[in-house]
Design a protein around this ligand. Structure first.
Ligand code: B3K
Ligand code: ZN
Length: 845
């Protein structure tokens, strides 16, 4: 295996004036003709990438080239510089087999629809090309096919019987190329941009799905408006197409003018999609649309710079969602997701910086660190330079770098130039892995409160030393009577240790720390339960308020998991939240939902103990029961009060009410044995409540009828049945989940080659913490078995799911031995993909 290093990047010695492609589509033998107009920029051979191509002919300026220039083993075609004029047209004719393409990379078929996925290095599966993001070109694409709908990037040029021609004037790298051909129906609309250009919009779906594409279209229009209003960015083609396909390795792809989506992020109706689905659709439609400027017009110089486009685009989609919904609630959700996925990654064998400096398989680096931490880093930058500084820097970024392939250095330089700030130390957030641990101790003397901060970051793979970073610490002070005595103040920590004092605060206040989660760090501080309860009740910062409740609950859960009593303070303090719940139901729901088992395990490990999954499961159930018992009347009242009258609307307000309703239901189910859940399942008119009720029935072991009814109603809807496959292993009691998963895996409709279906069942199971980490290693064996089955078919999806093993080092040695044995079996599999091989080796290292 080859390791690629950031330090090895060299400019490509040629540029491309235009790329012309012609496709003769056929499922088993698609012919691709390419003509690429190259111009020499500097000395060097012309090296093109190509994998799995049946090369029929190669030529330079019409003169045939010998096919033995191809190094099939390395996937390369090398044309010696000496044989090349200064400018020339390279032509190739190749044949490819879309039907055999189960890896879903390059050109493949999904339910009879031809479609493509080229990021990161999929284009080399289509034809010979400099498949690297810093080689940009305008594309002209001809598609020959009888399919009714033929789409590619850019603007349509002509359409005739069996042929469509598309032209994309905006220079782009090959990873943004896309082609779609199939029997599709359009849900059309249009948008007039701020300069008055009319853009035709289409969401393309299979016949019959038109009625479920409306929300995606509305989300697209809101995204276009928002990017104009907030970033001054206008769309730049005559058409914008979105296509939904059922077989897709990730969520969606931002191909220029032709976004291709996993159908689960497009199709929604009240009966089939949950509030969470609607929110994700809006967020991902926004994300891919925002890439048009942050990713497409300005792209990455090389794949090490991936977070240049992804971190920024996640940051933008989070801002968008906050504007469309509730900033406080969405911030808390983003922090929860960051902790669950990125902190976890950062603390284990797969830790890497937002800008990695080496990789074997770049597809393994589309991670929470590159995406979500990349976004947090931008949030910190914005906090440090202020809103105006941020806006000035972004304007400069678009001005200076439009049409270019850029680096993190270019990005930081626009902030330095626009604001005059030196970002040398700040850059460590991009180059260093690991989550800093911020410790705060307090001194109270002579009416002055002094806070002492210390930051440390544990070593990560390949990075033993961790110099201090710039940490913006937003904090406020709350007096003992609940009044805020110091509004949010930002402290810039730059040294390993730093102190700050506050006077004239009256009686000793409580510190509301890391408001708004101002930096992606973990916090260690001495704080009493009464102080946490004070913050939970009185903090003015919603994130800090929620966090106080979280910490209080975690303390209780950890005590219980260790066989002690615990959670009484949380149970008591939650009364205040319940009293106030109707003012902001979504926020109350977040406070009322206990940390998950995985989060409890993380907290136990952070305190230097070994988590025991079964005790954690018991502890959580036990505390839920106590909370339910203690607050039953008010929970029951809220449960009824939160029913939303009238037709379902996927807005934040309705979603908030439903989330509180389901949070109450989870607690009440501990007492009523699923009576309310069963009633809700039978009567609810929307998928949010039906799925929520079903999950409770599964956890309560009363699911037989409901599951049968669900399958009878939705058996022919793949997306809905994915939910059915997911919730069972996820919510089943830990000692029943594996048997359930194995039963489901044996069903004829467990179409495991479909990534959504595979993930539903297998990731549903691994997310059942106590089942996956069963003491006998049976959960590890189950995952290994399925990863070994999937790897030869779809290496990308198999490799991603190896990360379920990334936390094994925190468990007892018997579990570690079993997990490592499972990983070693995967590692030893003949023909293991480079993707999975890299993941498994890193975890085993
Ligand atoms: N850029 C794509 C992700 C491509 C993943 C390749 N394995 C989607 C996105 O981030 O918007
Ligand atoms: Zn993205």
């Amino acid at each position: 295996t080859v390791t690629h290093y950031l330090a090895d990047w060299r400019p490509f010695p040629y540029e491309i004036a235009e790329t012309r492609l012609e496709f003769d589509l056929a499922p088993r033998a698609t012919r691709v003709l390419s003509q690429i107009d190259f111009r020499r920029l500097s000395a060097g051979d012309l090296v093109l990438d190509g994998i799995g191509l049946d090369t029929l002919s190669l030529a330079i300026d019409g003169k045939p080239l010998p096919l033995d220039l191809i190094d099939a083993e390395r996937g390369r075609l090398t044309l010696p510089a000496a044989d090349l004029p200064d400018s020339f047209t390279f032509a190739a004719e190749v044949a490819i087999d879309p039907e055999a393409n189960t890896a879903l990379e390059g050109l493949y078929l999904s339910g009879g629809i031809f479609c493509t996925q080229c990021e990161a290095e999929g284009f080399r599966h289509i034809t010979w090309y400099p498949d690297r993001p810093d080689v940009m070109a305008p594309f002209r694409v001809t598609i020959n096919s009888d399919m009714p709908v033929l789409l590619s990037n850019g603007n349509p040029v002509s359409r005739a019987e069996g042929r469509a021609i598309w032209h994309d004037p905006w220079p782009k790298p090959a990873y943004l190329f896309a082609l779609v051909a199939g029997d599709l129906r359009a849900v059309p609309d249009s948008f007039t941009t701020m300069s008055g250009r009319k853009v035709a919009l289409n969401v393309w779906v299979r016949p019959g799905d038109e009625g479920r594409a409306g929300y995606a279209m509305e989300s697209l229009i809101r995204s276009m408006q928002w990017d104009e209003r907030v970033y001054g960015r206008e769309y730049d083609l005559d058409v914008f197409n979105i296509v939904a396909v059922d077989d897709f390795n990730m969520g969606a792809m931002e191909n220029k003018g032709l976004n291709i989506f996993n159908s689960k992020l497009v199709l929604a109706s009240p009966e089939t999609a949950t509030d969470g689905d609607y929110e994700r659709i809006e967020g991902v439609i926004g994300h891919e649309y925002f890439h048009n400027w942050t990713g497409n017009r300005i792209t990455c110089r090389d794949w090490f710079q991936l977070c240049l486009k992804e971190g920024l685009t996640v940051f933008r989609d989070q801002q968008f969602t906050a504007d469309m919904r509730s900033p406080a609630v969405n911030r808390i959700q983003d922090v929860q997701a960051l902790r669950a996925r990125q902190f976890r990654e950062d603390a284990g064998p797969l830790a890497h910086p937002p800008r990695p400096d080496r990789y074997q398989e770049i597809n393994n680096f589309y991670t929470a660190t590159v995406y979500e931490k990349g976004a947090e880093v931008i949030g910190m930058l914005k906090r440090l330079v202020g809103d105006d500084g941020y806006r000035a820097a972004l304007d400069l970024y678009f001005d200076r770098h439009d049409g270019q392939a850029c680096t993190i250095e270019d990005w930081l330089r626009v902030f330095e130039d626009a604001t005059g700030r030196d970002l040398t130390q700040f850059k460590r957030w991009y180059t260093d892995a690991g989550t800093p641990r911020l410790t705060m101790t307090e001194d109270w003397a002579d009416g002055a409160l002094t806070l002492h901060f210390r930051q440390e970051t544990a070593p990560t793979p390949g990075q033993p030393d961790k110099p201090a970073r710039v940490i913006p610490i937003a904090l406020g002070l709350i007096g003992p009577n609940g009044d805020e005595v110091l509004p949010t103040t930002v402290l810039e920590m730059t040294a390993a240790e730093q102190s700050v004092s506050f006077r004239d605060t009256g009686a000793r206040p409580v510190v509301s720390l890391l408001r708004g989660f101002s930096a992606p760090v973990t916090v260690a501080r001495e704080i009493g339960a009464d102080q946490q309860a004070l913050l939970l009740t009185h903090d003015t910062d919603p994130y800090a308020r929620w966090q106080a409740g979280r910490d209080l609950a975690l303390d209780g859960l950890i005590a219980r998991a260790a066989g002690r009593t615990g959670g009484e303070e949380f149970t008591r303090a939650i009364a205040g939240i319940l009293d106030d719940a109707e003012a902001d139901p979504a926020f109350a729901a977040l406070c009322l939902t206990l940390p998950g088992e995985e989060e409890i395990a993380t907290a136990i490990a952070a305190r230097g103990a070994i988590p025991d999954p079964a005790s954690i499961h018991q502890a959580r159930r036990g505390l839920m029961q106590e909370i339910g018992t203690r607050h039953e009347p008010v929970l029951a009242r809220l449960y009824d009060a939160m029913a939303v009258a009238g037709p379902y609307r996927p807005d934040a307000e309705g979603a908030g009410r439903r989330s509180l309703r389901l949070a109450c239901l989870a607690l009440l189910t501990q007492l009523d044995d699923g009576a309310r859940a069963a009633a809700l399942f039978d009567t609810a008119g929307n998928m949010t409540e039906r799925q929520g009720a079903l999950e409770q029935l599964i956890a309560a072991g009363r699911d037989e009828q409901a599951l049968a009814a669900f399958a009878a109603e939705f058996g022919d809807n793949r997306l809905v049945m994915d939910k059915w496959f997911m919730v069972q292993p996820l919510r089943a009691a830990p000692d029943k989940a594996l048997a359930r998963a194995r039963e489901l895996a044996a069903r004829a409709d467990f179409d495991w080659k479909n990534p959504n279906r595979f993930r539903a069942l297998i990731a549903g199971f691994t997310a059942n913490h106590a089942a996956f980490h069963a003491a006998d290693g049976s959960g590890y064996d189950f995952l290994a078995e399925w990863l070994m089955r999937l790897d030869p078919v779809n290496p990308q999806t198999a490799a991603r799911m190896c990360s379920a093993f990334e936390t094994i080092a925190r468990y007892d040695s018997a579990r570690q031995v079993r997990a490592r044995a499972a990983l070693k079996r995967i590692a030893a599999m003949p023909g293991l993909s480079r993707n999975t091989d890299e993941m498994v080796s890193r975890i085993l290292a």
